[in-house]
Design a protein around this ligand. Structure first.
Ligand SMILES: [Fe+2]
Ligand SMILES: [Fe+2]
Length: 442
């Protein structure tokens, strides 16, 4: 039987990954390992039947890098999904992951059952069965520790599901063990109940990941970087329908609501983001500023916050790297060392970002317009269209201001100097007074 290796030092994670996948992939056997070295030992013995490896990175006994290096050194040609809180590019040995094999992928934690399934199916070149099944089949070995958590459990007799338990409080583990001993390999649960159960397990796990890391600025940085890169990754690689902007914005909002009132964190928050790469760093700062702007000037208008934060997150989605995302004005682009054709591309990137998002049908028309106009300036000196304030969308000017401020904060560490920065010339500072004040009080 073909095999999928699932490697993570947190047992709950390997179990859950297997449970999520086995309902879609009944032709595979899943092998769980708690360390990189365990997985390597298995691969040394019998690499031939392994069709996929899903592997955490930071584990005490052998990291994801060790496993990946072993696969590469031995030319095993097994697709590899990196599953970690950080992106693969943070690890030297994994930098070329996506180029090395067309089926390789990166999945950041906290993850989602749909993302996991979709990345796995595409790594195995399989298509998801679109029909909605009433029952989901689970292997009894994996499900037995949790069986009491399902309200209804069935077994298949003569191709029909027969109810085994219909009350989670009286589930008899002994009966399950008996059935297992008699050779029963699978049970059925109701698909709807199963999805709910998976969601609650995942949210518990993701909360656990969150609680471990929220307190230190270093980890807020990691969390934010993950959030941003995750969205870029989904847009560029996987099924765009999985891009849950609302959920991502919500995570960000929770982080901000939790942290902004903690004075010592507040002081560091923006500074922390400016230690990220330019692309995710200035986008993260932009999102914080969108949150503050909405809170201070627009009574926390949630739909406005969503528009501004989606624009913060996605405006530079067409740019290739940190370097190009640092160019704010037309003259920054003109002065850069890029070739003329590259400069043309950079000057058109607001349109390319919008086109990309438009074809995916993931955001509303206001946000698309804001993205198209994110490098315009109220005095008409911006690009690509040199639109003045009166020709821009009414939300674009606010976003242009927020974005310019984000560029300034990213590059200038002294917040008291912001107001005098040349890049703010052309904006009506009095329209943003409270936002500027609350930055300076930091
Ligand atoms: Fe940008
Ligand atoms: Fe841009």
């Amino acid at each position: 039987m073909k095999k999928i290796l699932v490697v993570d030092d947190v047992q709950e994670i390997t179990e859950l990954v297997v449970m999520i996948l086995e309902s879609e992939l009944d032709q595979y056997e899943f092998l769980e390992f708690s360390s990189g070295n365990q997985a390597i030992s298995y691969l040394k013995e019998s690499p031939q039947d392994v069709d996929l490896i899903i592997c955490d990175h930071n584990m005490p006994d052998g990291t994801g890098s060790d496993v990946y290096t072993f696969i590469k050194d031995n030319d095993l040609q097994i697709p590899y999904i990196h599953m970690s809180t950080g992106l693969h590019t943070e690890f030297e040995k994994l930098k070329s992951l996506l180029e090395d094999h067309p089926a390789n992928a990166c999945m950041t934690k906290p993850f989602d059952d749909e993302i996991l399934t979709s990345l796995t199916m595409s790594a195995l070149s399989l298509k998801k069965d679109p029909s909605e099944k009433k029952y989901t089949q689970l292997s009894i070995v994996n499900v037995s520790p949790y069986i009491g958590e399902f309200f209804k459990v069935y077994i298949e007799i003569d191709n029909k599901p027969r109810l085994l338990f219909n009350d989670s409080t009286t589930t008899d583990q002994v009966k399950i063990i008996e059935l297992k001993n008699k050779g029963l390999t699978h049970v059925l649960v109701e698909t709807d109940e199963y999805h709910q159960w998976i969601k609650s397990k995942l949210s518990h796990l993701n909360k656990m990941v969150g609680e471990c890391h929220f307190e230190e600025p270093h980890n807020i940085k990691q969390l934010t970087d993950t959030l941003f890169k995750h969205s870029v990754l989904i847009i560029n690689q996987a099924n765009p329908k999985e891009l849950n902007l609302e959920k991502m914005t919500k995570s960000f909002e929770i982080v901000l609501n939790t942290l902004w009132d903690k004075s010592e964190i507040k002081k560091d928050l923006l500074k922390v983001f400016s230690h990220l790469g330019y692309l995710s760093g200035h986008s993260a700062i932009c999102m914080v500023l969108s949150w503050l702007y909405t809170k201070k000037h627009k009574q926390g208008d949630l739909s406005l916050f969503h528009k501004l934060s989606y624009a913060s997150l996605l405006h530079d989605i067409s740019l290739p790297d940190d370097h190009t995302s640092a160019l704010l004005t037309r003259s920054d682009v003109d002065k850069s060392e890029y070739k003329e054709s590259e400069k043309d591309f950079i000057l058109q990137h607001p349109n390319y970002s919008a086109e990309k998002l438009e074809s995916l049908d993931v955001i509303d028309s206001d946000t698309l317009r804001i993205i198209k106009e994110h490098h315009e300036k109220p005095d008409g000196s911006g690009y690509p269209k040199s639109l003045s304030k009166s020709n821009s969308h009414k939300l674009s000017t606010a976003f242009q201001f927020i974005l310019t401020l984000a560029h300034i904060i990213y590059t200038k560490k002294d917040l008291d100097e912001i107001r005098n920065d040349d890049r703010l010339k052309g904006f009506e500072l009095k329209d943003y007074q409270e936002l500027l004040d609350c930055l300076q009080r930091n």
